[in-house]
Each structure stands twice: as C-alpha cells, then as structure tokens.
Design a binder for this molecule. Structure first.
Ligand code: SF4
Length: 349
C-alpha cells in the first residue's frame, strides 16, 4: 500500500475484552469485539464504517482514538505507529485525532460555556484567539451555523442538533488530521439529521477533512463517504468505493443491509431481504463464516472454513497506479462469490 497518501492505516487490529468467572475469577473467555481488521484511509477521504449494532464498529473507532488498548495489530497515523502509546503521548495524539460522539451532551463539559469549550486549542497551544483581527471563536460558530450569542451559553441551553454543532466546532477547532464521527446523527430527530449531515459534508469539502464515519445506517453514510467498509461480528466482510458498494453489493450481508434502505418514491419497490435471527455473541462467534447462521446462501464449506477478503474485478475512474487500483478495489469475503467467479467464470451477482 502506498503510505504517502494514507493518513490512517490499520493492520490486523484486534480488541478482545476478557470475561472473568469461576471460583477464582480467572479469565474465562474473551469477547472478540474487533477480530483482525485492516483498513486504509487516505488524505481528504471519508470512510464509512457500517454494520448492525454490536458488530464492533464503535469499539474499532475507540481503538483508533486511543481510548482502548489493542489486543493485537497496529494502527499507523501518517506512518507513525500509534498503537501502544504512553499516557503523555496519548494526550498529544488526541489533539491530532478528534471524535464526534453520538450524544454530544455527554462529551461536552456541562459546566463550561461554549466559548470555554472552544478555547481548548488556544489554551493548550498558547495561541492568540484573534487572527488578522478576526475572532476565531466567532468564525468557528459561524462555520457550524450557530449564532454569536451562543458563546456565553452552556450546553444544556441548546437543542440536540445545536449541541452536535458545538461538538463539531470543537472537533474542527483543533485542526485534527482525522475526525472520527461515531453515529453522529443517530440520537437526533430525523428532521435535524439531514442538517447535521449537510454541515459535515460542507465542512468536509471546504476543509478537505479526513474522516471515519461510523454508522449502523447505510443511508446516513451514503452521501458522505468515498469508501465503505461493512463490518460483521468483528470482521470486515466487504470494502470498496461507495458507489460500487451501493450499486453492486457483493456480500449477502451487505445486500441485506442495502435492501433495508427506504426509497423515497412510493412507486418504486425494493425486494427487502429479511435476515433471520440476531447477530451471534462475539463471546462465541460461529466457526467458518461468521455470517453463516443467518445467510440465505450458506453452504457446507461456510460452516467450516473462514472466507478471506478477495478482490473482484472492476475499474473505477481516476485510477492512476497499481496502488490506487488496490485502494479502489471492491473486496468481499464470501465462499459463494469465489465459487461463482472462479469456477463458473460468470457474473457472480
Ligand atoms: Fe453466506 Fe457462505 Fe458467503 Fe458466508 S461465505 S456470506 S455463509 S455464502
């Protein structure tokens, strides 16, 4: 992989949470929340990480932000290994990497005014708050669509959508190299969700932000993401360019997720794929393909052998080199796809 343009590179990232039990409260088993994830995010790109609740996507976001220690694997930021930093180094990392949380109320200090919340950067870096005669806090408030008089108010005086705007203002105020948005609109009213998504899209374009956008809702990530990674029970099952994933989902799990996206046209009907059962426990993931307990196409091999991510043909505009090609590739982990593609030499979907 060409590291020059990659901001973030994950290699075999694992995060297991030990479960203790028995008479001596020894380690009984592990909850394998994230189980060997490799991903790359390039500068100025947004990667949408999607999957059902409990698939490990938020845990992965927290591992990247340094909130959880890794069980195994590496995370590199601009080629620098940030997987096992000491507490002092972690503090510096958090300035380079900001998170926008699902519930901004919990992440904002309720005893600080908006102005105090947004002053963090100027206090930490001892920077002047005025640049070319322009007050930076006022400029930030304007950028996220908050009125000037918001600066003297406390978080509880705002609506959910406005609080998320404060969270976004705080994240961008620190000029981070990457922003991790963890379900940024799922706690908001539907009417407000689109406003916040439009704001994120506008800022992303204006500032060339590099983002990891975590969501259970594929319709949320659709318009913001350049690439999509679909996660199931701690593993990535499909990755590719957003348009490729939406137009030609390969993995049966992605097909089911996409079939659940509502179409805003009463005349158009989509055949909804209903998945049976719940996502299995990450304490005891099924052998072979982890999706086999719910997959309508499961075969014998799926119960025994774990499929690996493989590349499927497809060229996309703007590809410049082999490295670009690899980055743009549409990958999926499914025995059925390999059988159809390799054995029968015919279209696999
Ligand atoms: Fe379904 Fe088998 Fe493919 Fe898994 S490997 S998604 S069980 S067909």
């Amino acid at each position: 992989m060409n590291l020059d343009s990659s901001v973030l590179e994950l290699n075999g990232v694992k995060k297991y949470f030990p479960v203790h039990g028995g008479i001596f409260l020894g380690r009984k088993e592990d909850v394998r929340a994230v189980d060997g994830v490799s991903l790359v995010i390039r500068k100025g790109e947004t990667l949408g990480l999607v999957g059902e609740s409990g698939c490990g996507k938020s845990t992965l976001g927290r591992c990247i932000a340094g909130l959880y220690k890794l069980t195994d694997g590496t995370i590199k930021l601009h080629g620098e290994d940030i997987s096992r930093l000491k507490s002092g180094e972690l503090k510096a990392l958090r300035l380079r990497m900001q998170m926008i949380f699902q519930d901004p109320f919990e992440s904002l200090n309720s005893r600080h005014t908006v102005e105090e919340i947004l002053q963090e950067k100027y206090i930490i870096h001892k920077l002047p708050q005025k640049k070319d005669g322009i007050d930076e806090i006022s400029a930030l408030l304007q950028k996220v669509g908050l009125p000037e008089n918001a600066r003297g108010k406390f978080p509880h005086e705002f609506s959910g959508g406005q609080r998320q705007r404060i969270g976004i203002a705080r994240a961008i105020s620190l000029d981070p190299e990457i922003i991790i948005c963890d379900e940024p609109v799922s706690a908001l009213d539907v009417s407000v969700q689109s406003q916040i998504l439009n704001l994120l899209l506008a800022l992303q374009k204006e500032m060339g932000l590099t983002c990891l956008l975590i969501s259970h809702d594929l319709s949320v990530v659709r318009h913001l993401s350049d690439h999509i990674a679909v996660m199931y029970l701690g593993k990535i099952v499909e990755t590719g360019r957003a348009e490729s994933i939406y137009e030609n989902p390969l993995h049966p799990y992605t097909q089911a997720l996409i079939s659940a996206i509502p179409i805003p046209d009463p005349e158009v009907k989509r055949n909804r794929i209903i998945l049976k059962g719940d996502i299995p426990s990450p304490r005891n993931p099924p052998p072979g393909c982890r999706f086999h307990t719910r997959c309508p196409h499961a075969m014998d091999i799926c119960r025994k052998q774990e499929p690996i991510l493989g590349e499927f043909p497809g060229k996309y505009p703007g590809i410049k080199s082999d490295e670009d090609e690899k980055h743009e590739a549409h990958m999926a982990a499914c025995h059925l796809l390999f059988n159809l593609h390799v054995d029968k030499k015919r279209k696999y979907i």
